[in-house]
Design a protein around this ligand. Structure first.
Ligand code: ADP
Ligand code: MG
Length: 696
């Protein structure tokens, strides 16, 4: 490639045109996620090595790690030894050194006398002779103008078709152009205040660190940038929601507060009160509330949500409560009915079975504002329901998070929005995935809950486990038997088949004296409802089910849960499932049936037997799986982090978040001249996905 063409390259140049790449390697790079020159610069090493600068042989000191360049004088392969070895005598103008590679037979064809060799390793004295054992080595030729480079610097994540060394030889020459391509993002005083080095140095040093200290500085700078840009994107998104939409402020007088509290037959816990205080503050403003309410199953979120709904209704607006499934929606409705007996508040459950004239009438009443609280599935409520004055939308996501759902609702009107999730999200993730959401947490469940004992049961102790369960059933306790999702083409069918087969076995052979029922996802909705009702009323002793029961059933008398094939469930799901027991006052038992040699699965089961604390489980889950897998990045809007890690770099994340939110509030459109590089970088990186296009 001529010099002119080379000069035209920039960060957006396809990697194919980089020296040493070409169309075929470009394909390999594409598989590594590298499309452009900019991606190459951000293809960071996964590790770094530091080889010392070469010294003369006469300077060698025993037990020091050094590099030496010398001429190969002779070679010898000694295969007759107990441990065969290959040796080379290497000399420079100051002395000779013996180099030994044990089991070095493979080197016979690589080294010949007369070659120039560079070795790096530890020197020793052996039988009065200077020696290096098993050093790293490289045969040099005239193309190696910087031989030290190949022992030092980055070790890249390689693929079968592209080794780390090859990647390095492609990236390193690009570093000469960094000054032309990469601009600084921040003003000088910010760099100084945050102790950050310049961005150009950071790119050079991350790929070719002169020493450990500079490498650390480069890492810190690039991690900071990644975290800062992510947080700024979130901050700006949040700003837009607040600025371009207005909600109906819902004031909360003492009188209203006590009227709402009278609805609950218990005192609210401290955690519930804290959450309510935060919600009341949010809902009193014209800025739409955007809050995530987190807490384990059974921790009392529904009560908090109902408080918010009654506050909205008390202010003359309507509230919508949405759940992912019909079972869960009806659960919400049932529990709401418990609290709202004899209340004036008009509430309705919208179900899929509701059709025709009745449905039309109901929708009309909602449109007229004659109904205060509407409960239903997300799908149903979003479809064609028009509210007169929607003040609050509560979305119970159980263990999913739907950035999209929030967005969709916002278009129609701008209610305050409360998203509930039963998946405990580690703080670090809440900050990154939900950086534009406020978070309220219920950490402690209401008092009076029995402990849950969890055991991991091997197949050979199954009979004992069944005997134990029988004793519990005899004293009128109830049990769940849950079956895993089976990953195969006919996933759903197999899951049902496994549950059905075991149901036959359990009901006919193991527990013939008890009423054992089967519940699975493909049953008609009315049948499912009936079984759930029977179970709740104690007419069914044991419920064999696929994971459908995972969502929302509240049967305090069910104190036993058997999870079959527990190794196939993720930690979050195991925790969710287990949350179905331990709801009453007596002790509960969770039996995990699993046999596996899989380390990750064993780690999960261990965590489950060790703790019932959802936040700890979530942290462990994050550790076992890593953030990338914890949530699939795209689905949850988690930007892809290349060098920063939200667990290890938590302090940096907090710092970046503070800076980002300050910047967003000081210059929300990023129109200041000093912020231009940041705005451009954000646009290039996130494009329209953050709704930034109209800022440019
Ligand atoms: P979640 O929605 O978080 O799963 P719920 O709000 O459904 O939890 O509450 C679970 C159970 O705890 C319900 O039976 C509810 O009546 C009860 N509960 C909630 N708050 C309290 C409290 N402060 N004191 C006693 N019981 C409570
Ligand atoms: Mg609930």
């Amino acid at each position: 490639m001529d010099a002119g063409a080379k000069n035209k390259q920039d960060l957006n140049t396809p990697v194919q045109y980089v020296k040493g790449v070409g169309p075929s390697r470009a394909q390999t790079f594409a598989q590594l996620g590298v499309q452009t020159v900019g991606d190459l610069l951000e293809y960071y090493p996964r590790d770094w090595v530091f080889a010392p600068t070469p010294v003369k042989i006469a300077q060698l000191q025993p037990n020091e790690t050094v590099s030496v360049i010398g001429l190969v004088e002779s070679t010898d392969y000694q295969s007759y030894r107990r441990t065969p070895l290959f040796e080379a005598m290497v000399s420079d103008d100051t002395g000779t050194c013996r180099i030994v590679w044990f089991h070095g037979g493979y080197l016979r064809n690589q080294f010949q006398p007369g070659q120039v060799l560079m070795v790096s390793g530890k020197a020793t004295i052996y039988k009065h002779q200077l020696q290096m054992t098993n050093p790293k080595f490289m045969v040099l030729d005239e193309s190696h103008t910087r031989p030290d480079l190949y022992f030092s610097g980055g070790v890249y994540p390689a693929s079968a078709r592209l080794g780390s060394g090859q990647i390095k030889r492609i990236i390193v020459p690009l570093l000469d152009r960094v000054d032309d391509w990469v601009g600084e993002l921040y003003e000088k005083d910010i760099l100084k205040k945050l102790h950050l080095i310049g961005r150009q140095d950071a790119f050079r040093w991350i790929h070719m660190p002169p020493d450990e200290d500079k490498l650390a500085k480069a890492k810190r700078r690039l991690k900071y940038d990644e975290l800062f840009l992510m947080q700024l994107g979130l901050a700006l998104r949040r700003y837009r929601v607040q600025r371009f939409s207005a909600a109906i402020p819902c004031a909360c007088s003492d009188e209203m507060d006590s009227r709402i509290r009278k609805r609950f037959p218990f005192l609210l816990t401290e955690d519930q009160n804290d959450c309510i205080a935060e919600i009341v503050r949010d809902m009193g403003r014209t800025e739409p509330m955007n809050r995530l309410l987190q807490g384990d199953v059974g921790s009392g979120k529904t009560v908090v949500a109902l408080y918010a709904a009654l506050l909205a209704v008390g202010n003359g607006t309507q509230a919508a409560i949405m759940a992912p499934t019909e079972i869960l929606a009806s659960q919400h409705f049932i529990s709401m009915e418990r609290y709202l007996k004899n209340s004036q508040v008009k509430r309705v459950l919208i179900t899929g079975g509701l059709t025709g004239k009745k449905r039309r009438e109901l929708l009309e009443q909602i449109r007229q504002g004659d109904i205060d609280i509407v409960v239903g599935t997300v799908a149903l409520l979003q479809k064609d329901i028009e509210f007169r004055k929607l003040g609050l939308a509560v979305i119970d996501e159980q263990h999913k998070f739907g950035v999209h759902q929030r967005a969709e609702l916002r278009k129609e009107s701008t209610p305050h929005c409360l998203v509930m999730t039963a998946t405990p999200i580690p703080r670090t993730l809440a900050m990154t995935a939900f950086g534009d959401l406020d978070v309220s947490i219920i950490k402690h469940a209401p008092p009076g809950r029995g402990a849950i004992v969890t055991r991991w049961v091997d197949r050979c102790h199954q009979q004992q486990a069944y005997d134990f369960i029988r004793e519990r059933l005899k004293v009128k306790k109830q049990a769940y038997f849950v079956y895993p999702r089976i990953s195969s083409v006919e996933e759903g069918d197999n899951e049902i088949k496994a549950a059905t087969n075991d149901w036959k076995k359990l009901s006919q052979k193991v527990f013939p004296e008890f009423n054992v029922a089967l519940l699975h996802g493909q049953m008609p909705s009315t049948e499912k409802q009936q079984i759930m009702t029977d179970f709740r009323k104690g007419r069914i002793d044991a419920l064999v089910s696929t994971v459908v029961i995972e969502v929302g059933v509240d049967v305090p008398n069910a104190t036993i849960m058997v999870i079959e094939g527990a190794d196939r469930f993720g930690l979050a799901q195991l925790h969710q499932l287990r949350g179905r027991i331990g709801r009453g006052e007596s002790k509960s038992y969770c039996l995990l049936f699993a046999e596996t040699e899989n380390d990750a699965a064993r780690a999960r089961l261990d965590v489950m037997t060790r703790t019932t604390d959802g936040f700890e489980i979530a942290e462990q889950d994050l550790r076992i799986r890593g953030p990338g897998e914890f949530f699939s990045a795209r689905q949850h809007g988690l930007p892809d982090l290349k060098i920063a890690n939200i667990i290890d770099d938590y302090q940096l994340l907090v710092m970046a978040r503070k800076q980002a939110f300050e910047m967003a509030s000081a210059d929300p459109m990023l129109t200041r001249e000093a912020h231009r590089p940041i705005r451009q970088t954000l646009l290039a990186r996130f494009g329209d996905s953050l709704g930034l296009a109209d800022i440019a």
